[in-house]
Design a protein around this ligand. Structure first.
Ligand code: NCD
Length: 306
């Protein structure tokens, strides 16, 4: 099985066929995690992880995936500790580090940094988040979770909040879902954080039914509720963040007795009350754990090992 790309930069590259392939391999990797712990698929490979923006789940689940596949890892975290601090360009950093490893993963604060990296990387490159732009491995985890928990992706109504303007996880997920049939997306956000009109237009042109709303009215009728924190670090004005951060919170009462699947790429700040955690369909911690098998699948497929 081969993926139709060498570098994963954005969600538009993920066709439904290749997502299905990644999900099937992830199911196998989940069994490896559960029953064997490790599998010798990448013991002759070195993976390079460059995390120039804060990360917990993405960084640790990539590391865990690498270890379960028995790959070696080289690693740089934070601009302070790398030559980016000395104003080295992204392309020079990637040109050099891609010569030290067999696959490179990078998170960077600048939109477009991933595309720049993919252009010069000598080895398969994976975007682990570029500013507010895209986070394609997160949408694979989201899609995998929806498939596991609901048994299908086609035909879902998903209510997405609360920062569709600035959340890269939301951007990638919406683009990814646009590959499936009969998708309805209800964006929920304060007006100031509405999705960009051209983004909504792209989704509509692909056949997605899109509602842009400024309350949580659509949450109760959705099959899936996908929430991501307001992206504090991307606000031009800290007062706007403080003013808006608690405007929208999912509470048990919001669900009005229904049981939609509730997802969140995490970290959770104000968007979901902790009382929701105990509901059986609150799946965000399971979703975080699926990050390991999904990333194991992606790494092995990109390296032609499956
Ligand atoms: C997301 C990210 O980094 O964009 N986190 C993650 O990778 N799980 C979401 C966020 O930071 O809000």
């Amino acid at each position: 099985m081969a993926l139709p790309f060498r570098h994963l930069v954005n969600a538009d590259q993920l066709t439904r066929d290749c997502a299905a392939e990644i999900f099937d391999v992830a199911d196998y990797m989940q069994r490896v995690c559960d029953f064997k712990g490790r599998v010798d698929l990448l013991s002759d490979k070195i993976l390079g992880f460059l995390f120039f923006e804060p990360s917990s789940r993405t960084m640790l689940s990539f590391q865990s995936a690498a270890q379960r596949l028995q790959a070696g890892v080289i690693f740089a975290q934070g601009k302070e500790m790398s030559s980016l601090k000395k104003s080295e360009s992204v392309s020079d950093t990637v040109r050099v580090t891609s010569g030290y490893c067999d696959l490179l993963v990078m998170r960077h604060e600048l939109e477009g940094a991933a595309a720049e990296a993919a252009e010069v990387s000598m080895v398969p490159f994976v975007n682990a988040g570029d500013g507010s732009n895209e986070h394609p491995t997160q949408c694979l985890i989201d899609g995998y979770t929806i498939r596991r928990e609901l048994g299908r992706i086609d035909g879902i109504h998903i209510a997405i909040g609360f920062d569709p303007l600035q959340s890269r996880a939301i951007h990638s997920l919406a683009r990814f879902l646009s590959k499936y049939d009969d998708i309805t997306i209800s964006f929920m956000s304060p007006e100031m954080l509405s999705p960009k009109p051209e983004f909504v237009e792209t989704l509509r042109s692909r056949g997605v039914t899109v509602h842009v709303t400024h309350d949580m009215g659509h949450a109760a009728s959705a099959d899936v509720i996908y929430l991501n924190r307001l992206q504090e670090e991307r606000f031009a004005n800290a007062e706007d963040f403080e003013r808006l951060r608690q405007k929208f919170t999912l509470r048990a009462a919001t669900l009005a007795g229904r049981s939609p699947l509730v997802l969140d790429p995490l970290p959770r700040i104000d968007e979901i009350a902790t009382e929701v955690d105990t509901l059986p369909t609150a799946a965000y911690f399971r979703q975080a754990h699926y990050g390991v098998p999904v990333r194991m699948a992606l790494l092995t497929l990109l390296l032609g090992r499956f």
